[in-house]
Design a protein around this ligand. Structure first.
Ligand code: HEM
Length: 440
């Protein structure tokens, strides 16, 4: 059997984690070119690791061999969130998925739809009001935060502004711990980002436990009554669900959506997306193909195995790189071009080659909720506004970690559609809305 191309190194010295985390896209592209293949090895987190950038390789890793390549229970996520589904394997993971999935599908998902609509209206209704360009990433992150705190914790910004603010700040501190070095040291008057994050986690846990004990309504009420393996499972999962990770992922995809459809050149695409639900669906597939919110996911080989025909010894890591998988020319012609039409043409029915929400047995349990929410937000934007980059020339270079977005968050001007329709001149951009607009 052939040996994996590339060098897995032997020690910390051969470790490529820093290079990878600094710029994962350049990292994989250089190696794909060098090895003339989309599967290669390197040393990541001081472990020999297979990098998967092909669609077939991703399917093999996440679907066909999901019982060989397992989640890493020592992942940093476990440090910050405690034991959750994300880092659990085997029967426990199956049972957790079974219980938790019920909260994100069927009647539970349906009962969220009024709240999802109301939060979109509240956060998006004033985009043209100030007359100034808006930092869309911040607007969408606020929208995502209002969604998760309202939906999962019954804390609504308009009803409990102080508590909402406090939780939002704690989530930010907690998040900074996840991305800072895990040095848990504390000296008087100084604490590292990591120990500040652990303090924030403890405060969040107090709030969450209080909610689980006292709220019988909504998601938190349903979660409290689910059959879960131990008493801390509900609170640890709530911590995960309200963390900054999910609002950031929503903000990432909504920012990429507005960028892809901005300006006069994209007017026809906006019109079609507004009028044809199938076309909007294809636009969103293409947005997540080109700008996936997360760079990928990691597994560990539980036994000797193979990937893409290469031998992979037990203990090796394997990481799928969604950016690379989604640009595999074997599946996606003109891989770097934004072509929503591909999903009703050559790539019709091939959504399974996307991995922006993972794939297979351990795919994202919140993907249906994400789909409903993203479509609601996009439909609101499309039916109320035209938008364009303002200023027109901005540096839109993406950073891909920890969550993808343009490194310099872009600013855009929004114009109410009713105004742009009646007056196509530039003067309608960013004009103040009428009072009837505001209440819509
Ligand atoms: C735009 C929003 C979201 C994106 C892009 C996203 C993406 C992903 C991805 C890529 C994975 C797979 C990770 C891997 O293969 O290692 C995943 C797993 C997961 N997601 Fe999401 N997610 C989103 C929203 C949500 C929401 C709203 C929830 C729940 C509130 C959620 C809960 C989870 C959980 C619990 C897992 C782990 C599943 C398992 O290991 O069995 N996600 N998500």
């Amino acid at each position: 059997m052939s040996k994996l191309p590339g060098n897995a190194g032997v020690s910390l010295l051969g470790d490529k984690s820093l290079e990878f985390y600094r710029d994962p896209v350049t990292f994989y592209r250089q190696r794909v070119d060098k090895h003339r293949g989309r599967v290669f090895q390197g040393r990541l987190l001081n472990r020999p690791t297979v990098f998967i950038c092909s669609a077939a390789g991703m399917r093999e890793l996440l679907c066909e061999k999901s019982n060989v390549f397992l989640k890493d229970p020592t992942d940093l996520m476990t440090n910050m969130y405690g034991d959750t589904l994300v880092t659990t394997n085997g029967e426990e993971a199956c049972l957790l998925r079974l219980s938790l999935t019920s909260l994100f599908t069927g009647s539970c998902l349906k009962s969220s739809s009024d709240y999802i609509s109301s939060v979109c209206v509240r956060c998006l209704k004033d985009l043209s009001l100030s007359g100034q360009p808006e930092c869309v990433y911040s607007v969408f992150k606020r929208l995502g935060t209002e969604l998760v705190l309202g939906l999962f914790l019954n804390v609504r910004a308009e009803e409990q502004p102080e508590l909402f603010q406090e939780i939002m700040q704690l989530c930010t501190l907690h998040w900074h711990g996840l991305i800072s070095a895990p040095v848990n040291m504390k000296v008087p008057l100084w604490s590292s980002g990591f120990s500040t994050a652990l303090d924030a986690r403890d405060k969040l846990m107090d709030i969450i436990k209080d909610k689980l004990e006292n709220d019988t309504e909504g998601f938190v009420g349903s979660l409290g009554s689910l059959p879960l393996p131990d008493s801390s499972a509900a609170s640890q999962h709530l911590l995960l669900f309200i963390s900054a990770l999910i609002p950031k992922a929503f903000a990432s995809l909504l920012t990429s959506f507005t960028l892809a459809l901005s300006g006069n050149e994209q007017e026809e695409k906006r019109r079609r997306a507004r009028e044809e639900p199938d076309y909007l669906h294809n636009v969103l597939l293409e947005v997540q193909r080109l700008w996936p919110a997360f760079i990928g996911g990691r597994r560990i080989a539980d036994q000797d195995s193979t990937l893409a025909g290469f031998h992979v010894p037990k203990g090796h890591g394997a990481i799928y790189i969604s950016h690379g998988v989604h640009r595999d020319p074997e599946v996606f012609q003109q891989p770097d071009d934004f072509l929503p039409e591909r999903w009703s043409g050559r790539n019709a029915g091939q959504e399974h080659f996307l991995c922006s929400f993972g794939s297979g047995a351990r795919n994202c349990i919140g993907s249906n909720l994400a789909d409903v929410f993203l479509k609601e937000a996009c439909v609101y934007l499309l039916t109320h506004y035209d938008w364009r980059l303002d200023p027109p020339s901005q540096d839109l270079e993406y950073k891909w970690l920890p969550v993808s977005r343009p490194a310099n968050p872009p600013t855009m001007s929004f114009a109410r559609l009713d105004q742009t329709r009646s007056d196509k001149s530039d003067t309608s951009w960013g004009m103040h809305s009428t009072s009837s607009d505001i209440t819509s």
